[in-house]
Design a binder for this molecule. Structure first.
Ligand code: NAP
Length: 364
């Protein structure tokens, strides 16, 4: 690895996900934040002043970041020439605008690793969970060719809740137990709505049984993640059916998913499933990437786990925690899965994507 760290920028640095990047990247061995950008409302202010009302992290703003002057994400001319790539955590009112801005960075030779849903359905943009579809980086050259881009590209990570159930499903699939159907009910934390997010009077003593667009994402995104590389982009998996209900619950961090699953033909025993989950490892672990959890799926035997407050920080918030595997009267099995939405589901997951891209030679 190079002795000098790779200089990077955070777009949307003032938001909940942006703040998580700033916390998580403090001591990163390869990457260093030297530029922060947000809306015109924050532009021109020192970072500390731009976030003073809304800093949510449990640490002080790191000294290397607090005096950086926030750039407008659309002020491409002020982007320092030594920035190698950007993490995008913007939340613009119109997704099309986010899409356009991300590709403008790519056209200017800057790789973009994004949390936004804006480019998730762009067919030549890989949507990566490194333990699952690490090979989808193969469509980056196709994306560059399609668009006449030479150095830059856009890579996204999926929605903040899906890794909690898709990683355990993928582990079963690669071990020969093909899944036919899933019914998923998510209980999603308030931090998933950004800051200031859902009004407190809607959340306290309450559950909101609707999150705009979330059920469609939960049903469709896994099919791209589990898809294969085609000549023009990703060809979605069409063999798994998913039905999702997504709810917002009064939990700060950590999205829970209650899952019922039906296998195609071969049905594993409960012991086989637990063994597969406990032993599951993939490319990030083989490559020993700095943000890779040692054990991507942690199975807890205790009957009342996983719980967000107790289990969301497992392996620094990067592991998926699973429990309550039991027979289902309608499908074959049911279980409960949990992952940290702003770490594994957002900033941490994207940092792991960047590490994979770096090792594969896409980030210079
Ligand atoms: P957030 O707290 O609302 O932050 C939004 C960020 O976008 C802020 O930095 C904001 O800058 C910037 N922004 C807003 N309008 C803008 C504009 N017109 N031009 C440029 N920048 C603008 O949202 P968040 O929760 O961090 O989410 C950020 C992105 O990550 C979203 O696309 C979201 O869907 C995705 N995501 C979130 C989570 C999660 O758990 N929260 C998980 C996965 C993915 P100002 O402060 O200057 O307004």
């Amino acid at each position: 690895m190079p002795s000098e760290k790779i200089k990077i920028s955070i777009l949307g640095a003032t938001g909940v996900v942006g703040q998580n990047y700033i916390k998580l990247l403090q001591e990163h061995p390869w990457f260093k934040i030297t530029d922060v950008a947000a809306s015109h409302r924050s532009a021109g202010k020192p970072y500390e002043e731009a976030v003073k009302e809304k800093w949510q992290m449990s640490i002080e703003i790191p000294k290397e970041v607090k005096d950086l002057i926030v750039r407008d994400v659309q002020d491409f001319d002020s982007l320092k020439s030594n920035i190698s790539f950007v993490f995008s955590a913007m939340d613009l009112p119109q997704k099309e605008d986010t899409k356009t801005i991300e590709f403008k960075y790519a056209e200017k030779g800057i790789p973009v690793i994004s949390n936004s849903s804006a480019n998730r359905w762009t067919v030549d943009v890989p949507m990566i969970i490194p333990e699952i579809n690490y090979n989808h980086t193969e469509i980056i050259p196709i994306q560059q060719k399609n668009r006449g881009i030479s150095k830059g590209f856009v890579v996204v990570k999926p929605n903040c809740s899906i890794q909690s159930y898709i990683t355990p499903i993928y582990a079963l699939e690669v071990n020969g137990f093909k899944v036919e159907k899933l019914i998923v009910t998510t209980l999603q934390a308030v931090s998933g709505a950004g800051y200031p997010g859902v009004p407190s009077l809607d959340m306290l003593d309450n559950i909101v049984p609707y999150i705009g667009g979330e059920e469609e994402k939960s049903e469709k995104e896994p099919l791209k993640v589990l898809g294969k590389v085609g000549e023009k982009g990703i060809i979605n998996n069409d063999s798994i059916q998913i039905s999702a209900t997504c709810t917002r619950v009064p939990v700060t961090d950590g999205h829970t998913a209650c899952v019922n699953l039906k296998f195609k033909n071969k049905i594993p025993t409960k012991e086989e499933i637990i063994k597969i989950w406990k032993e599951f490892k993939s490319v990030p672990q083989e490559l020993d990437l700095p943000f890779a959890p040692k054990q991507p799926i942690i199975y807890l035997e205790n009957i009342d786990r996983p719980q967000p407050r107790k289990d969301r920080d497992n392996d620094k918030g990067m592991a998926v925690t699973v429990g309550r595997l039991r027979k289902d009267n309608v499908f074959d099995y049911k279980f409960v899965a949990l992952s940290h939405n702003t770490i594994r589901g957002a900033a941490g997951g994207a940092i792991l994507n960047a590490e994979l891209l770096k090792v594969k030679g896409f980030l210079k």
